[in-house]
Design a protein around this ligand. Structure first.
Ligand SMILES: CC(C)=CCC/C(C)=C/CC/C(C)=C/COP(=O)(O)O
Length: 282
């Protein structure tokens, strides 16, 4: 029987008998490593062979081969990836598992029979306070009623922000297509077809963006500023309590809404632009 050292040096030189053959013994080979006998076949330079062996599974997938050789056995590439997930894949699946578990536990107002079912009407009231229709209608009404150019400018930009939010959330929801939690009752008021998807929470994006907008342009008194922040937080939290969303939908929604406000500031319609728009309408 050869010593381990002798076996190692044999492996380095590429003279290991092919698994399953030669000594009649199958050897365990990690699926993310290319077996030494294949390394030798791919090229004579050991450095480039090692580099190829350490290529990411994604890159290998793009190489055109649909199967991986593991010691004579042909396994579908996707099976190899499942057996040998990367650190990021493990971290993501763990995060998603925690997210689903936590969201299910927090969905205490998901229906009337839930443990906090009695506060469901209050949660639905908070839901309506963050809905797109009252915000769009309110901004349009204030724009119509405003008699100063400055007031009209702010309201017009709020309207633009609300429309931008609906578009961006719709695009992300349609791209990600994450289903709403199983315990959600689909009894929401006025929804678009993309609203059957849950990532990100449109209420959370709107709450975060509108809160920043209000704090920057409309609400100056300290107690009211606190109320605005509390309202935005409640809108986000109520989405999980109602069972409409998972926690990550709301957390991402808050981030997205926060950044959407930066976009609104960049695209801000100035009084000059506003006046020329009004002039074109006349
Ligand atoms: C004037 C007009 C076309 C208004 C549309 C407003 C509308 C239907 C917004 C959808 C709001 C909504 C239900 C979003 C979903 O929020 P999630 O937090 O459940 O994602």
């Amino acid at each position: 029987m050869p010593s381990p050292k002798a076996r190692n040096s044999a492996g380095r030189s590429g003279s290991v008998p092919s698994p399953g053959g030669g000594n009649g013994r199958y050897e365990f080979i990690a699926l993310n490593r290319t077996p030494p006998h294949l390394l030798q076949r791919q090229g004579s330079d050991p450095t480039s062979a090692r580099l190829r062996a350490s290529e990411s599974p994604n890159r290998r997938r793009g190489s055109g081969s649909s199967t991986s050789s593991t010691g004579g056995q042909q396994l579908p590439e996707e099976d190899c990836m499942r057996l040998n997930p990367s650190f990021i894949e493990i971290a993501l699946s763990s995060l998603l598992a925690i997210d689903l578990w936590l969201s299910k536990r927090l969905g205490v107002c998901a229906c009337e029979d839930s443990s906090w079912g009695s506060v469901r009407p209050l949660m639905k009231l908070i839901e309506i306070s963050g809905h797109g229709i009252p915000w769009l209608a309110g901004a349009a009404y204030c724009l119509y009623k405003s008699d100063s150019i400055a007031g009209q400018e702010v309201m017009l930009n709020l309207l633009m922000a609300l429309v931008l939010d609906l578009v961006l959330v719709g695009v992300v929801k349609a791209a990600v297509r994450r289903r709403r939690p199983a315990h959600n009752q689909m009894d929401m008021f006025a929804t678009f077809s993309v609203d059957r998807y849950s990532f990100p929470s449109g209420h959370a994006t709107r709450a975060a963006m509108c809160a920043r907008f209000l704090l920057a342009h409309l609400v100056l008194a300290a107690p009211l500023r606190v109320l605005v922040l509390l309202w935005a937080s409640f809108v986000g939290f109520s989405r999980v309590l109602l069972g409409r969303h998972n926690v990550t939908d709301v957390v991402f929604g808050f981030f997205m809404g926060y950044w959407q406000y930066n976009l609104v500031e960049m695209l801000w319609l100035s009084p000059l632009m506003f006046q020329s728009m009004i002039g074109q309408l006349d």
